[in-house]
Design a protein around this ligand. Sequence first.
Ligand code: SF4
Length: 250
Amino acid sequence: MKDNNGSLSDLIRRALASQIDLGLGEAIVGRTRSSAAEMSFGQPQVSKVVSVVDLFDKPAAQSAPQFPSLTAHREAVCNCQLCPLGQTRNKFVYGVGHDRAEVMFIGEAPGAEEDRLGEPFVGRAGQLLDKILAAIQLSRQQVYIANILKCRPPGNRDPIPDEMNKCFPYLKEQIRIIRPKIICALGRVAAQALLGTSTPLGKLRKRWHEYEGVPMIITYHPAALLRFPAYKKDTWEDVQMLRARLDELK
Ligand code: SF4
């Protein structure tokens, strides 16, 4: 029992620490398939809202150094070995696009092609994203595209909390430098990480959120559209909302 309790405490602490670094003042642990507690024990072990602001001194992301440009930031972090994915990646996948983009698209992590080429959203999912952009009169050169993780999880598995915890400050700095007018989260993992929630993707769509004051909309990951083409209609509606808001802001 002692070992189990110790493991549970450790898992909860890691989950909370992860959610703090994702910008939360509060954290919800349990009730979701991806929570650390449930992944380990099969059933939710904790199900309550926990105030975490008093448990830790300061989120690591708040004390992260700031950089004058994306180029300087990329050069500073491209050899990162903060988590084990640094050992297994082929290429560090920082991001691509305009360094003053009005719209920033954020996915979850590089896949095999991205890992090979060092660029996010290439391959079939990337081509589909390009078509989605074209449908709302945007191009890859006009927007910025990045992921929560900069290195590929082996076998394209979901990122784990510790990896997101370590990597999220890089994305946060990219957003600070670019200062987009709108963020579009692509898929469940990116949406939940940016919002610090375990709410299912379906309940997050069709409305506006905010990430640190930036309007944020959520839609399906292009890879999901390749598997489930029926979601394309919903995605079309989401990006039309994005286009209309962008026009309003102009
Ligand atoms: S995934 Fe992020 S934290 Fe992990 S090694 Fe790569 S850059 Fe570093």
